[in-house]
Design a protein around this ligand. Structure first.
Ligand code: ZN
Ligand code: ZN
Length: 362
């Protein structure tokens, strides 16, 4: 499976007329080799794949990386080893590098005149591996589903404990503990718990604010399984039945979420997918209150290609797993977001998140 990914990449390199690709983004390295450590460079040519890492990962690579990948444990700098390998192997003249994933001082090791790496011709590329990563294979979909199951199990476990007077941070703490207990390897992003008027901040950090009776409570969180992320948002009301206004806004967001999930398809441009929910919210007169894009791909990273946004011209590829997360945010009052993860399959779209979407009073 990873060998097939590397072969596809090799074909892309041949198309671009370069001899090799230097992969420096860790999620891309994981995608191509299975290696999950924090320090590595990967060199891919048409025939060979070489992973450079350091002593801390000497044991780990043996279990994670398939035997077709040559592993080099660098005694000192990964870069010095890279120059050695590039110089020793079959003749390599040109090397592509990932412009979005190198620091300036790293790139200067080969771009600066007179630098050690300046012996080779360097070709900037963008989104080469990311492009492949957009379409998930069956194994990847299974990992994402497992992450979703962990996330949903954790949310279900903590909801009965949420009550008026608890701080947002305490709710986040309970949820993060439950996520760990349910098997999450970590948190794909900082858990968002936003109550009352703070729920109108689409990217609020959990704060010391205590939840008041009748507050909206927006929880946006995720889980990680085998490196793959889930990303879910649900909004609740705490300690009192929902008001008419809360019910009205909630219903609008739920219906726009439901109709977008039902209509989004592979092959659709990202901007047309975005419009599925946006037009719905605009028609109700709340267009100004939905200020972010509809969704994003999820996988080894929680925000990856493709984008479902007003400016996204690219078609959504088959096999992409994307979020559908419309929201309405009214400053000073509060906000509602409902976020699901959906698979854009060749036979249609499948909503992977199963957590109920009804407005629930905690
Ligand atoms: Zn989210
Ligand atoms: Zn999201």
């Amino acid at each position: 499976m990873r060998a097939a990914r590397r072969a596809r990449l090799g074909a892309l390199l041949a198309e671009q007329g370069v001899d090799a690709l230097l992969v420096s983004a860790l999620p891309n390295i994981r995608y191509l080799t299975g290696f999950s450590g924090s320090n590595a460079l990967l060199l891919i040519t048409g025939e060979t794949t070489t992973l450079l890492t350091d002593f801390r990962y000497a044991t780990q690579v043996k279990t994670e990386v398939d035997p077709a990948v040559e592993v080099v444990i660098a005694p000192a700098s990964l870069w010095s080893e890279l120059w050695r390998i590039l110089g020793a192997g079959p003749r390599i003249a040109s090397v592509a590098f990932e412009t979005a994933h190198l620091l300036h001082h790293e790139a200067q090791r080969f771009l600066a005149p007179g630098s050690e790496g300046a012996r080779w011709r360097w070709v900037p590329v963008e989104d080469l591996v990311e492009g492949l990563r957009q379409s998930k294979d069956a194994t990847e979909v299974a990992e994402i589903r497992a992450a979703i199951a962990i996330a949903e199990q954790a949310l279900e476990a903590i909801l009965p404990r949420v009550q008026v007077g608890m701080t947002e941070l305490a709710v986040a703490g309970e949820l993060e503990r439950a996520l760990r207990v349910a098997g999450s390897e970590g948190f794909p992003f900082e858990t968002i718990v936003a109550s009352g008027p703070r729920s109108a901040l689409p990217h609020a950090r959990a704060s010391t604010r205590a939840i008041a009776r009748g507050d909206l409570l927006l929880i946006d969180f995720g889980a990680i399984h085998q490196g793959y992320c889930a990303d879910i948002t649900r909004t609740f009301v705490v300690g009192a039945p929902p008001t008419d206004r809360q019910r009205e806004i909630y219903t609008l967001v739920r219906e726009s979420n439901g109709s977008a999930s039902a209509l989004v398809r592979q092959g659709m441009r990202g901007r047309d997918a975005d419009a599925l929910a946006r037009d719905y919210i605009e028609r109700a007169g709340f267009g100004e209150a939905f200020g972010h894009s509809l969704g994003h791909g999820i996988g080894l990273e929680v925000h990856e290609a493709p984008r479902l946004a007003k400016t996204a011209e690219a078609p959504l590829p088959s096999g992409a797993v994307v979020t559908i997360e419309p929201g309405v945010y009214l400053e000073g009052w509060g906000g509602v977001r409902i976020e699901d993860d959906v698979l854009l399959g060749p036979e249609g779209t499948l909503v992977l998140t199963t957590f109920p979407r009804d407005l629930v009073q905690l």
